[in-house]
Design a binder for this molecule. Sequence first.
Ligand code: SF4
Ligand code: SF4
Length: 344
Amino acid sequence: MQKRRLGRTELIVPILGFGGIPIGERCTAEEAERTLRAALEEGIVFYDTARAYKESEARIGKAFKKVREKVILATKSRERTQSAILREIDASLSDLATDYIDLYQLHAVDSEDDLEAVLSEDGALQGLKRARQRGKIRFIGVTGHNPEILIKACKTGEFDTVQVPVNILDRFIFRPEEALLPTARSMDMGVIAMKPLAGGTIKELDLALRYTLSQDIDVAIPGMGSIKEVLDNVGVARRFEPLDEASFDRLLKEAKALGTEVCRQCGYCQPCPQGIEIREVFRLEGMFDRYEQKEPARVGFRNLIDSGSNPAECAECGECEQRCPYHLPIRRKLKKAVEKFLRA
Ligand code: SF4
Ligand code: SF4
């Protein structure tokens, strides 16, 4: 697999990394362990997780405890103050079963308020620097979905890496390719591409991943929750060639047909006070609409309702929409999904 230099960290990373949401949230412990072991065997070295990804850190820690030196561990926290992030780092060290973390990132720095808070005198950045001095972490990164804010973060010169969605759908929404990636490069920062498969919405996995790998990024981190997903992604990364014009046009056609209201499966809208598993509803809807898996989607929807997560019980509070980085009309989309599954 091709390798790239992760900016000024000087870490050399294979172009395919591992996104840690699925192993923390939709796998059993055994599935997660099998998936992580397969990923390492197939040459994936860079593992990205977060305090917010439920069991993800602990499962990565368990799988790689005995082979710590073979992997690069990246995690992140949404805490914004020095004292709170220092506690989070200690919790990450414990869950990841290690005495150092290669890259610790400020998670979802998406607004001016977020940026101001983390950069303040008693903000999270100061906590990360103290942890770095003590040898608990090696490098400091920032993640988010708002290129304007991330550009400001990059220009502070404080961060070694930036993590942002880079995929064919977000090319027309966040447009990271236009100014953010060149700014990060001018600061010699590493670039980590999240959501290369746009949350699984693009059917042509090969083209979607090749699109991301063709941009000026160092490592793409699709979420993986099974050995099959590992093997599929590794296959594409090993054969990687930049997208030619005809393939790009085909991918663009598929992206345009998806429209602008597609859920990217990031989960930032959760938790819902009514207990609605919003991301799962939209995942099932995607299976129903795009993947010719109508019956499994119907069964999944019924199971969801039986487990107490009924989208018809949305109280319209709007909290989820405030948290969605894509500003999706979640309430309207949930109603549509309910009607669709009730009719089906
Ligand atoms: S608007 Fe509905 S789905 Fe969203 S958080 Fe409120 S109750 Fe939950
Ligand atoms: S609705 Fe928005 S926040 Fe929730 S999973 Fe989808 S894209 Fe993410």
